[in-house]
Write a protein that binds this ligand. Structure first.
Ligand code: IPE
Ligand code: IPE
Ligand code: MG
Length: 241
C-alpha cells in the first residue's frame, strides 16, 4: 500500500470540547475556552517544529452566535485578549496570521485586531495560521458564488475555488476534530473534498503534542487515492526506502 512518509503540508482542526472540559471540572464554559487558547499556542509551535506549512483552525462558527449571549461575548473578549497578548510572540516565531470568515458581523475592536495582526505578521513564512472566525463552509460557498455572479464570471470549479476565502492556500491534507464528535459542523465543506479525516476523543484543552503525533502517524498510514485505484497510486508514488 502506498502511504505517506511526509507530514501533511496543511492541517485543519475543529477545536471542539472546551465547554465539556470545563463542565467536567465544575468550571464555567468560558474557562474551557481560555484553556483552549493555551492548547492552540502549543499546537501552533508543534506544527512549526514538524515542518507543517499551514494550520487552519475553527475558532467560531456562523452558528456559534446561537449560544447564550454571555458565552459569545466571553469568546470575543478571549479572542481580543489573545490577539493583543500573542501577536508579538507569533511574529517572533515566524507565524503568518490570517483571519477567515465574515467580518461584517464583528465589532470594530475585533475587526481592527484582525487587520493589525495580519499586517504585523505579513512577512512571516514559517507557518501560515488561518483562524476561521465567524466562518461557515456554506457562507464561504455563497459569498464566492455571489462574487462570480456579480462580476459575470462563468462558474466552474476553478473560478469558484478561486473566489473562496482560502483560495490562497492548497486544500487541507488532514482534518482533525477533537471532542469526540464525528461531524464537520459546517467547516471547510468545499476544501475537504479529499482531506483525510481524523477524530480524537480528547477535549481540545487536553489535546497535546503526543495526540498531534498520533494523528500525523495515522495520516501517514493512509492511502490517498483521489478516485484512482490502489495499483495506480503504488505506481505513481515513490516508496520510502
Ligand atoms: C469548541 O468548544 C469551541 C467553540 C465552539 C467556540 P465547545 O464550546 O463547542 O465545547 P463543547 O463541545 O460544548 O464541549
Ligand atoms: C464546531 O464546534 C465549531 C468550532 C469548533 C468553532 P461546535 O461545538 O459548534 O459544533 P456542534 O454544534 O457540536 O456541531
Ligand atoms: Mg462543541
Amino acid at each position: 500500500m502506498a502511504t505517506h512518509v511526509a507530514v501533511p503540508r496543511h492541517v485543519a482542526i475543529v477545536m471542539d470540547g472546551n465547554g465539556r472540559w470545563a463542565s467536567k471540572r465544575f468550571l464555567p464554559r468560558i474557562a474551557g475556552h481560555k484553556q483552549g487558547v493555551e492548547t492552540l499556542k502549543k499546537i501552533v509551535r508543534a506544527c512549526a517544529h514538524r515542518q507543517i506549512e499551514a494550520l487552519t483552525v475553527f475558532a467560531f462558527s456562523s452558528e456559534n452566535w446561537n449560544r447564550p449571549a454571555e458565552e459569545v461575548s466571553g469568546l470575543m473578549d478571549i479572542l481580543a485578549g489573545a490577539l493583543a497578548k500573542e501577536v508579538s510572540q507569533l511574529k517572533r516565531d515566524g507565524v503568518r496570521l490570517h483571519f477567515v470568515g465574515d467580518r461584517t458581523g464583528l465589532s470594530a475592536r475585533v475587526r481592527q485586531g484582525f487587520s493589525d495582526a495580519e499586517t504585523e505578521t505579513s512577512s512571516n513564512t514559517r507557518l501560515v495560521l488561518n483562524v476561521c472566525f465567524n466562518y461557515g463552509g456554506r457562507w464561504d460557498i455563497v459569498q464566492a458564488a455571489r462574487q462570480l455572479a456579480e462580476s459575470g464570471t462563468a462558474i466552474d470549479e476553478t473560478s469558484l475555488s478561486a473566489a473562496l476565502s482560502l483560495a490562497f492556500i492548497a486544500d487541507p491534507d488532514l482534518l482533525i476534530r477533537t471532542g469526540g464528535e464525528f461531524r464537520i459542523s459546517n467547516f471547510l465543506l468545499w476544501q475537504c473534498a479529499y482531506t483525510e479525516l481524523y477524530f480524537s476523543p480528547l477535549f481540545w484543552p487536553d489535546f497535546d503534542e503526543a495526540a498531534l503525533d498520533a494523528a500525523l502517524a495515522e495520516y501517514q498510514a493512509r492511502e490517498r487515492r483521489f478516485g484512482k485505484t490502489s495499483a495506480q497510486i503504488v505506481a505513481d508514488v515513490p516508496q520510502a526506502p
